[in-house]
Design a binder for this molecule. Structure first.
Ligand SMILES: Cc1cc2nc3c(=O)[nH]c(=O)nc-3n(C[C@H](O)[C@H](O)[C@H](O)COP(=O)(O)O)c2cc1C
Length: 367
């Protein structure tokens, strides 16, 4: 049990949060030419600066990391400079912001790859389903399995992106995207990882890629500015594992010695689309018990459920995705017990200010 509530300040490593209402990372596909974020994105995040911490939309660490149209990167100088303007806008409003670093692995298509190459993945296994390419829906291609000697280059891409985010762009930290069926998650879980080298097979081997990235990123920018996101029971992007509890128990215990700023776990509330599938184990409570640092939970939480989770000690903070899209002042609305504006799903991905920066804050609602 804990006496804390959603408005009790919290320290995540080097980052001091005035509240525990965290903005979950959300892809909005509004980057411009060269996957550079625009001033509109700076405005969008600055509007949400009252979040305890903003975690940005997933951001590419290299030119092979992309799988959707208009998602931003942080591997070129132009991209980094544009993120600097975002960080400055959020800081000017008194906020805190960490970049979510991703590589999509097999959740891509040659149209997003340099030279039209195949996407890379732990194993040459296509995800079931289709992806949006900007030119209609296409089946996921069968990716090319990475050679063992290519892995250090990918690990380094995460560390370089982290340095750009923290030292060049001035963000407060980074979150390593180990969730939702993207490259790191593809290594972790045995439905997508059939490797026979030291990155496949046993739980220890499948966790190795993530742990090497964590080691490199924490060495690069300091563990107190680094978080990790995991989705142990998520099925998005055709994911599954034969024994999530064994796998993720190992992962979080191996993360303990790094002393990270936070661990961010997705396990949906009952009925939420990110809840564990029917009959599958729920693992978040056990991971909370095993993990020794700050723990953020996510997945369809209401204010009341979030408060209950914090009071029960099930998490130190809760992140909110969709509610933050349509309520830029979500912490204030929670505090005031105000009604929430429902989001317009048709404007989630792509487009301009509509459904992005035009949701009102409370005072303008009342005016
Ligand atoms: C439009 C949209 C984009 C998302 N993009 C990302 C992303 O880039 N990275 C990520 O880890 N999760 C992403 N998610 C998942 C959210 O971070 C969150 O886990 C999910 O929405 C459940 O939380 P909620 O019920 O509070 O929205 C996205 C969700 C939405 C709705």
């Amino acid at each position: 049990m804990s006496n804390a509530d959603l408005f009790t300040p919290l320290r995540l490593g080097a980052i001091e949060l005035p509240n525990r209402v965290i903005m979950a990372p959300m892809t909005r596909s509004r980057a411009g030419e060269g996957n550079v974020v625009t001033p509109l994105t700076a405005e969008y995040y600055a509007q949400r600066a009252s979040a305890g911490l903003i975690i940005t939309e997933a951001t590419q660490v290299s030119d092979t990391a992309q799988g959707y149209p208009n998602t931003p990167g942080i591997h070129t100088d132009a991209q980094t400079l544009a993120w600097r303007a975002v960080a400055e806008a959020v800081h000017a409003e008194g906020g805190r912001i960490a970049a979510q670093l991703w590589h999509v692995g097999r959740i891509s298509h040659p149209v997003f790859q340099p030279g039209g190459a195949l996407p890379v993945a732990p194993s040459a296994i296509a995800a079931q389903g289709e992806l949006y390419t900007g030119d209609g829906m296409k089946p996921f291609p069968t990716p090319r399995a990475l050679e063992t000697n290519e892995i250090p280059g990918l690990v380094k891409a995460f560390a370089d992106a982290a340095k750009r985010a923290v030292f060049d762009a001035g963000l407060d930290g980074v979150e390593i995207h180990g969730a939702n069926g993207y490259l790191i998650d593809q290594f972790l879980r045995d439905r997508s990882n059939k490797r026979t080298d030291r990155y496949g097979g046993s739980v220890e081997n499948r966790a190795r890629f993530l742990l090497e990235i964590v080691d490199a990123v924490t060495t690069a920018v300091g563990a107190n500015r680094v978080g990790v996101r995991l989705s142990p029971t998520g099925t998005f992007n055709d994911m599954a594992d034969s024994d999530p509890l064994a796998l993720y128990s190992h992962v979080v215990q191996a993360l303990n010695p790094f002393g990270l700023a936070f661990l961010h776990v997705i396990e949906g509330q009952p009925g939420h689309h990110m809840a564990p599938p029917e009959g599958a184990p729920h693992v978040a409570a056990e991971l909370r018990r095993l993990y020794k640092g700050p723990f953020i939970i996510n997945g369809g939480y209401t204010k009341e459920q979030a408060e209950a989770a914090i009071t029960a000690g099930a998490a130190d903070a809760v992140s909110f995705g969709e509610p933050f899209i349509s309520n830029p002042d979500l912490p204030e609305r929670f505090r005031a017990g105000a009604e929430l504006t429902p989001p317009d799903r048709s404007t989630y991905y792509g487009g301009d200010a509509k459904g992005y920066t035009d949701y009102p804050a409370l005072e303008t609602v009342d005016a």
